[in-house]
Design a protein around this ligand. Structure first.
Ligand code: NA7
Length: 535
């Protein structure tokens, strides 16, 4: 990472960091404003999350008809998804198609990271340094760096001594990985593990799953898209999108506002059964108070534990797989055959909740005083979520203040789109916005649209810069916390709170509730960017 101030050599309007779904659409919008823009991408290809997460079984867990761009009617009408939940490969093909259709590639620099961006108060411009030696002066910097892109791998003594292969699900090789005949360890039981374990188990001679905390998972019931559903959605796609935006998660979970405690146990059970049979994250929409009332939540939790007990034949393994935390408090998972995988004779669940993984040896891992000899270790250990990809860039705002210093006690933003003291720096789906607690793609589009409008408005006013007011930021952070505290979300050690990364401050990062969030963003804009200082 460079420590000296970069030397500007080329002047452009905007630098966009990251060529995932957010960066690509931002580029398209900036071009539409007539702005000169360049996108820097660390990977050797575009696609962000869908470029890096190539592990076996990787697929989106929001239905494809909803997890897609809506900014172009033509794109929306033309693109045909093959499955209810698209695979990583199909998503990359979609992203390639978008890049081609809108001729995005010519402004994207691959294999290149933005190492630093320093704000110069006199010129109101950012001096940007990229890893390929490019130096740019930009009016705006847009961080399209993704919420789950900076991988988290536990530091374990002896890690260099291990003679086998090591993988991380979030940085999977491009060449096929063949586990046939191998003894494999998977560390972690989050969404990536839950998607990959059934696939790895089919190949491996022996699979050990090292579980620290069990998670709830709902069957995907994936398959070809139901033609009737597709016909209905395509008949009026804009109306379908508008309706989805009225739901708390910004996706149509067929939310039932009633309390789980207001109906009889039989009716409740029937509702859970219906949602289990339909599959997917919409399980959380069964009752309006599931994420607010511990008693209501426990009814869903026990329903799901009983499902696990009914699937997993070995009683002790089933109990280990049963989470004790509220449902949804950690990210709910969606799977294909996850629990049943534990009925295979070649799969063993190892509980590391009380005896953590102590170290790696040349042959494998040690926990509870026992060595597990393996040929490969898959770390499905997640990400330094929401802040990691922002703080790993050397961002310096007014007075040379580093973002990572400003956020030492946790991220503070205004609307999750800006942070005070960093003028003209925008974050797409930053901490303090619905982001990971919503359907990411519409949330990305909403942010990009807001940012583009803001840049356009600044130009029309002849203004040079916009900066969040510290008081507005403080009030927003307090509001984000107040909303979260009324829910069950802060009650378990999730990555929403940064609890998965040792030493990370415990702060609830996403904003809960898409409709009020969007309304607030519009209100701020309509009131002349209330809470921002424009110079
Ligand atoms: P997650 O959901 O953060 O899961 C990571 C898993 O790794 C989780 O089970 C962790 O247990 C476990 N973990 C992390 N460190 C360790 C150590 N040191 N020892 C044992 N186990 C460990 O990441 P994913 O990639 O699965 O999913 C991320 C999101 O991507 C997902 O929610 C979707 O939105 C898509 P813990 O729970 O911390 O005890």
């Amino acid at each position: 990472m460079s420590t000296t101030a970069p030397r500007p050599t080329e002047s452009i309007d905007a630098v966009v960091v990251g060529a995932g779904l957010a960066g690509l659409y931002m580029l398209h919008k900036l071009r539409g404003l007539g702005a000169s823009a360049r996108v820097f991408e660390g990977g050797s290809g575009i696609g962000g999350t869908w470029f890096w997460n190539r592990y076996p079984g990787a697929r989106v867990d929001i239905e494809s008809l909803e997890y897609s761009y809506q900014f172009s009617d033509e794109l929306q009408a033309k693109w045909q998804w093959s499955e209810r939940y698209a695979t990583q490969g199909e998503l990359l093909r979609y992203i390639d198609h978008v890049a081609q259709r809108f001729e995005l590639r010519r402004d994207i620099v691959l294999n290149t990271r933005v190492e630093s961006a320093h704000y110069d108060e006199t010129s109101a411009r950012w001096a940007v340094a990229a890893s390929d030696g490019q130096r740019l002066s930009a009016r705006f910097v847009v961080m399209a760096t993704g919420c789950l892109s900076s991988t988290n791998t536990p530091r374990l003594p002896g890690e260099e001594s291990f003679r086998g292969a090591k993988y991380h699900t979030g940085n999977w090789p491009h060449e096929p990985v063949d586990f046939t005949g191998k003894r494999v360890a998977v560390v972690g039981t989050g969404s990536s593990a839950i998607q990959s374990i059934p696939h790895i188990a089919q190949q491996a001679a022996q699979l050990f799953v090292f579980q620290r905390t069990p998670n709830y998972s709902i069957p995907a019931h994936n398959g070809p898209i139901d033609p009737e559903t597709e016909r209905r959605v395509r008949a009026d796609y804009p109306a379908f999108r508008a309706e989805a935006a009225t739901h708390p998660f910004g996706a149509d979970f067929r939310d039932n506002p009633d309390s789980a405690l207001a109906v009889s146990p039989e009716e409740r059970s029937a509702e859970y059964e219906r949602r289990w049979a339909y599959g997917g994250l919409g399980f959380l929409g069964a009752f309006g108070d599931l994420m607010f009332d511990p008693k209501a939540n426990e009814t869903a939790a026990e329903f799901l534990r009983n499902k696990i007990r009914s699937i997993v034949k070995d009683g002790a393994t089933a109990e280990l797989l049963c989470p004790k935390t509220p449902v949804g408090c950690k990210r709910l998972c969606v799977d294909t055959g996850y629990y049943a995988t534990y009925n295979r004779p070649n799969v063993t669940l190892v509980d590391v909740s009380r005896a953590p993984i102590e170290r790696l040896t040349p042959n494998g891992l040690v926990t509870g005083g026992r060595e597990y000899a393996v040929d490969a270790i898959v770390f499905a250990t997640g990400f330094d979520a929401m802040t990691g990809s922002l703080t790993r860039v050397d961002l310096r705002g007014r007075g040379g203040r580093a973002l990572r210093d400003k956020w030492a006690e946790g991220p503070t933003t205004y609307l999750g789109v800006a942070t005070a003291g960093f003028p003209n720096l925008f974050m797409i789906t930053g901490p303090g916005s619905p982001s990971v607690l919503s359907n990411m793609l519409p949330s990305i589009e909403q942010h990009v649209n807001w940012i583009a409008r803001c840049i356009d408005d600044l130009g029309k006013r002849g203004a040079k810069c916009i900066d969040a007011h510290p008081d507005a930021e403080r009030a927003w952070v307090a509001h984000v916390n107040e909303v979260a505290d009324a829910s069950l979300y802060p009650r378990c050690n999730s990555w929403y709170l940064g609890a998965n990364v040792p030493g990370k401050p415990r702060v609830f990062m996403p904003y809960l509730g898409v409709p009020p969030y969007r309304a607030r963003c519009e209100e701020v804009r309509e009131k002349g960017y209330e809470g921002f200082a424009i110079a």
